[in-house]
Design a protein around this ligand. Structure first.
Ligand code: ADP
Ligand code: MG
Length: 261
């Protein structure tokens, strides 16, 4: 299990305001949880806390029963992979080289890639439909192409837990769906647990087992899409009148904004 226990966090620059305010949430193996909320509600901060990249001022994160605060970066990387949109490309690595950096947690010596690591990296690129970029430099890829390479790097880590920050934000419709299908399949088959930040309410409604809604650092609703995605909850959180009906095949909620507003 990945357990966030009563986390509170504020940035040092801004101690007067709790960016994350007493948030608890558990993610189980095989579960896909979508984290939704307006800009600035604390979603990315919560992901960084879950990954052990930020330390909460109170509360704790447990991954596979171990406090994240007690683990080394390498130990964490064997269990959790995080994909963030803000990755700055400092070195013009090729996509394959970049995905291979995801293997570092498993490789005994730095700078040595085994045939097995190469095979895993190439397979990960294939799974995200990015193998054709293997020899291209990642700073020369489009944002959507780079996102697929970033997801491939996370898969190459072979983690138990995937933390994805707006993984489909720049992807075309077909790739948005294929990326989420892939994570869904990994949850079903390999029992990976995933926490996915997204602004796409409809994608979240279709693919998530559970939806968490964050507002001003507080968790204001959590549950299955059919229970959480209601007109009153969403209109309150996004301050926008929202209409909801059902997907004709899955029966899951389908969301629209009001056309006269
Ligand atoms: P979200 O991902 O939901 O859009 P963030 O977690 O990125 O929100 O940010 C939550 C709040 O914390 C915002 O008000 C943002 O301005 C602030 N914030 C984010 N990063 C920092 C930082 N490094 N230092 C100070 N404040 C930050
Ligand atoms: Mg964010």
């Amino acid at each position: 299990m990945l357990e966030l226990r009563n986390l509170s966090f504020h940035y040092t620059r801004d101690p007067a305001r709790q960016t994350i305010d007493r948030v608890s949430l558990d993610i189980h193996q095989g579960e896909l949880v979508a984290l939704l909320g307006p800009n600035g509600s604390g979603k990315s901060t919560l992901l960084q806390l879950a990954a052990g990249a930020l330390r909460p001022q109170s509360g704790e994160v447990l991954v596979n029963q171990q406090p994240v605060a007690s683990l080394t970066r390498r130990e964490i990387a064997r269990m959790m992979a995080i994909v963030t949109p803000g990755y700055e490309v400092r070195f013009p690595l090729t996509a394959l080289e970049y995905v291979l950096t995801g293997r570092y947690a498993h490789v005994p010596a730095v700078g040595f890639d085994s045939q097995q690591d190469l095979a895993i990296a190439r397979q990960s690129l294939r799974e995200t439909d990015a193998l054709q970029f293997a020899e291209r430099r990642i700073n020369q890829l489009s944002a959507g192409e780079r996102q697929r390479v970033s997801l491939a790097r996370a898969l190459a880590q072979q983690p138990d837990w995937l933390l994805l920050d707006e993984p489909t934000a720049n992807a075309d419709l077909a790739h948005q769906i294929s990326m989420l299908r892939l994570v869904r399949e990994m949850a079903n088959r390999q029992r990976i647990g995933a926490l996915i930040v997204t602004h796409d309410l409809n994608l979240a409604a279709q693919f998530a087992d559970r939806i968490m809604l964050l507002k001003e650092g507080r968790l204001v609703a959590s549950g299955p899409p059919g229970e959480v995605l209601t007109t009153s909850v969403l209109s309150d959180i996004f301050n926008l009148p929202i209409l909801i009906d059902q997907h004709p095949q899955s029966g899951r909620p389908r969301l629209f904004w009001e056309s006269n507003s």
